[in-house]
Design a protein around this ligand. Structure first.
Ligand code: FAD
Length: 387
């Protein structure tokens, strides 16, 4: 894997592909393994199909931040989504973090809670962070303005004490290993049919019938279901050889456009700067580019000058039209569900989103309106559809 996370644990061989399963999950990132784990904990006959290997997508290429909320700070999120929805979103991600922490127990997945800093680099962002701190306090959510540990160039910083970090590959690989036999790697789904009695998942040379299908395919969802409004956006990172401690806690700066953290082993991770090449940073090509990597180098020089860069990589994120994920039965479908579109923050949402989806499938529980996959009402447009 090109990212710094190394190889994930090998999985024991899967059982032969069945002709039928209660639920078929497509995609083996954090979402897919979380959905499979939640279904198996309730004894559902479910399997997962991954076209490559587990964590080959964004889940094996991210920075491992476990942040409360979305890319925007709380003040901006309140302006965009309304106060009660923004508060719900923040609580949802705090719950997600608790679920991730529970799953990570015993996985040696580098989980820590050191908090994070949201850092302002200009006066407008400073004022916005002040407003965010006030709104967070009024809504009983964690986050205070702090002068401690501010990085070079900071004009203000918001300390988010509940935020955490994780090694995403050890997390996702560990969860997949615990679901041995049910995870099928190198199995590409080419189409999904939504029939009256159930769905059919087509692979190259076989097909599987299912009572329900879950698309945990994030950026690639529209390849199978063109009506789902998720677009592919690139993000880039670098990692260094170990250096002495220089970054006390993860930092998310310049309205979330750049971010960095230092792992326990001294490795520094720097990511972001997509906004300096917005037109280029789209699509599925995961080749790092000189323009964005030069910005990452420049940022690194201010944090750990002289550190040797050992890894440079890119990954593909799934962006939704409103920045929030799409969870639940697809609009117009009877048996096809989606859980995707985290807009660059899936580690902060996916496990809770999976839990919500599983409660919809098994218990007919409603999905919160702000997450509901049907909120864009785009209608069913499967690649192939059986009437
Ligand atoms: C550089 C970078 C840094 C990031 N940093 C963070 C961060 O610090 N914190 C955070 O919260 N989020 C971060 N993200 C976003 C986060 O990684 C994603 O939101 C999250 O991993 C999405 O998980 P997923 O399981 O939904 O999708 P993915 O991990 O992308 O998994 C989708 C899977 O579906 C498989 N698939 C696709 N099509 C098919 C098919 N037809 N048949 C079978 N399998 C298929 C793919 O191979 C892939 O494995 C970052 C992303 C990037 C790229």
């Amino acid at each position: 894997m090109s990212a710094v996370w190394g190889q994930r644990r090998s999985l024991s061989p899967p059982q032969p592909l069945p002709a039928r399963a209660e639920v078929v999950i497509v995609g083996g990132g954090i979402t897919g393994v979380a959905v499979l784990g939640a279904l198996r904990s309730r004894d559902v006959d479910a399997i997962l199909l991954e076209r490559d290997e587990v964590a080959a997508g964004a889940s094996g290429r991210n920075a491992g931040f476990l942040l409360a909320g979305v890319a925007e700070n709380y003040a901006r999120a309140v302006a965009r989504y309304g106060r009660s929805t923004a508060a719900e979103v923040w609580r949802f991600t705090l719950e997600n973090h608790a679920l991730v922490a529970a799953l990570a127990t015993g996985l040696d997945a580098g989980h820590h809670v050191r908090g994070s800093l949201t850092v302002a680099l200009d006066a407008a962002e400073s004022a916005s962070l002040e407003e965010a701190a006030t709104l967070l306090r009024e809504d009983g959510l964690p986050g205070v303005i702090t002068a401690a540990d501010q990085p070079p160039g900071a004009m203000a910083a918001l300390h988010n004490p509940a935020d955490g970090e994780i090694d995403p590959v050890r997390l996702v690989g560990g969860l997949a290993a615990a679901l041995a036999g049910r995870v099928h790697e190198n199995r590409r789904v080419v189409a999904v049919d939504d029939g009256a009695e159930g769905a059919v998942v087509h692979l190259d040379r076989s097909s599987i019938e299912a009572a329900a299908v879950v698309l945990a395919t994030n950026a690639w969802t529209a390849e199978l279901l063109a009506s789902v409004p998720i677009t592919a956006v690139r993000a880039q990172m670098l990692a260094t050889a170990p250096v002495p401690p220089c970054i006390p806690r993860p930092v998310y700066a310049e309205w979330g456009h750049r971010y960095w953290r230092q792992r326990d082993d001294g490795i520094v991770l720097v990511g972001g700067f997509r906004h300096r090449a917005l037109g280029d940073e789209v699509g599925f090509d995961v080749t790092p580019t000189p323009v964005v990597q030069a910005h990452l180098d420049e940022q690194l020089a201010t944090l750990a000058g002289g550190a040797r860069v050992t890894h440079r990589w890119a990954g593909t994120m799934g962006f939704s039209p409103d920045g929030l994920a799409l969870v639940g039965l697809v609009d117009g479908a009877r048996h096809v569900h989606v859980c995707a579109g985290y807009t660059g923050h899936g580690m902060g949402f996916a496990v809770n989103a999976a839990a919500v989806l599983v409660r919809q499938i098994l218990d007919s529980n409603p999905v919160p309106a702000w997450l509901d996959a049907q909120r864009f009402g785009s209608g069913l447009n499967l690649t192939t559809t059986t009437p």
